[in-house]
Design a protein around this ligand. Structure first.
Ligand SMILES: *Cc1c(COP(=O)(O)O)cnc(C)c1O
Length: 403
């Protein structure tokens, strides 16, 4: 790994090294450039930062605790495993850090309507929540298959006053929901802001979402230094689009003693259509506005993906992760469905915490790799969300295995 300082901000065209950019139709260029300019102005604006901080504290419940998991530490055999408790954010996951930031931005831009895509429903719920709080009208696009799998979250969004629109194209999941949200945005851009839910898509989203999620890593830095008097040895996070991971990693990127590992969904194993581990089975391509690692066939057709966890089940990874992987700064691994479900049970039994199935991938990696951790290692896992939303999914998974 080169010792040079890693530049983490994209260039003016939105590139992180060779990745990122703005691969969109002409009609989307103007709204994206308007958004980039507004964000550039507001991220340096003291009153915007103050306002965001206040809502994060009083509404979301930040700072979230950094919890020393004693039983998990003993079982794994390192010095300490800490869990960054994003599951304690209002609505149960890290997603609201970003939804809140973008809703505030939309308000400053004079937009009274917000739209979003959602897969498992967590981002849709977070967006419907802040839209209700700010009195904005809200439309959530969701694949029809996901609506069936996550009926509880559909009910939550509707109870919060959002309109949930079923998307019936293609695989009827997240990718199609993003396309539908983009179509809405092009048509209604004068009144509407599109709150994209991960560090994905065209510039300025990957950078903007990363910045809003970086509060996770900033707090962790302060909290771990207070707890152990130094920086951690290892950071672990699951990687769907990559927002909770980059939010945790970003404030540590130039601390070379801190090892960082992102865990992708290995699904049923690394074979065509069976997983969502972009770095294990993908190659460089373009999907939904950004150049990055994508699961695709020889002709560039997007491959089907699979994961027991809907939040990791997407064919592309955020472009900044592709750069960090090329630089060797972040390592990427994957665990399969079975290991993730098993970690869901284990964390419940050892610590009284049921993690989201996404998060369970990071916990599974910690446990599976117990032999590689040193006695002195201080490890922090980003506990991106709680598992209540997944209990039916886990029950169905176990039932299918038992029969
Ligand atoms: C959405 C979600 C993820 C995956 O998204 P990232 O952008 O990769 O963070 C992970 N964990 C939870 C709890 C989620 O809701």
């Amino acid at each position: 790994m080169s010792r040079r300082r890693i530049v983490t901000d994209p260039d003016p065209n939105g590139y992180f090294g060779p990745y990122g950019g703005m691969y969109v139709p002409e009609t989307l260029m103007a709204p994206l450039l308007e958004l980039a300019a507004a964000y550039d102005r507001l991220r340096k604006d003291a009153s915007f930062k103050r306002e965001l901080r206040a809502y994060l504290r009083d509404y979301v419940g930040r700072p979230t605790p950094l919890y020393l998991a004693e039983r998990l530490t003993r079982e794994v055999g390192c010095a300490a495993v800490y869990l960054k408790r994003e599951d304690l954010c209002h609505t149960g996951a890290h997603k609201i850090n970003n939804s809140l930031g973008q809703a505030l931005l939309a308000r400053r831009m004079g937009k009274k309507r917000v739209i979003a895509e959602t897969g498992a429903g967590q981002h849709g719920v977070a967006t419907a929540t802040v839209a209700a709080m700010f009195g904005m009208s809200c439309v959530i696009y969701m694949g029809e298959v996901d609506m069936e799998r996550q009926a509880l979250n559909v009910f939550r969004m509707r109870s919060l006053g959002a309109e949930v629109v079923p998307v019936t194209a293609g695989q009827k999941t997240l990718k199609e929901a993003i396309s539908e949200a983009m179509r809405d945005w092009v048509t209604n851009v004068r009144t509407t802001h599109y709150i994209l839910g991960s560090a994905l898509g065209a510039h300025p989203y990957p950078r903007m979402v990363r910045d809003f999620q970086s509060v996770i890593g900033q707090e962790t830095r302060r909290q771990i230094q207070k707890a152990v008097g130094r920086l951690p040895d290892v950071l672990l996070a699951c990687v769907g689009g990559g927002s909770n991971a980059i939010g945790m990693f970003h404030p540590f990127i130039n601390d070379r003693t801190v090892r960082m590992i992102g865990v992708e969904a290995g699904g049923l194993g690394i074979r065509k259509g069976g997983h969502a581990a972009r770095f294990a089975g993908g190659k460089v391509g373009i999907l939904q506005g950004t150049k990055t690692f994508v699961l695709q066939d020889r002709n560039g057709q997007i491959e089907l993906t699979h994961s027991v966890s809907a939040g990791l089940d997407y064919a592309a990874i955020g472009p900044e992760h592709s750069l960090l992987r090329d630089l060797g700064r972040v390592e990427y691994a994957h665990v399969n469905d079975r290991e993730a479900v098993s970690a869901f049970d284990t964390l419940g039994r050892w610590e009284g915490l049921l993690p989201a199935l996404e998060t369970a991938h990071a916990v599974a990696y910690l446990i599976k790799q117990a032999k590689q951790w040193r006695k002195k290692d201080v490890i922090v896992i980003n506990l991106s969300g709680r598992g209540d939303k997944d209990v039916q999914q886990v029950a169905a998974w176990k039932k299918a295995r038992a029969s």
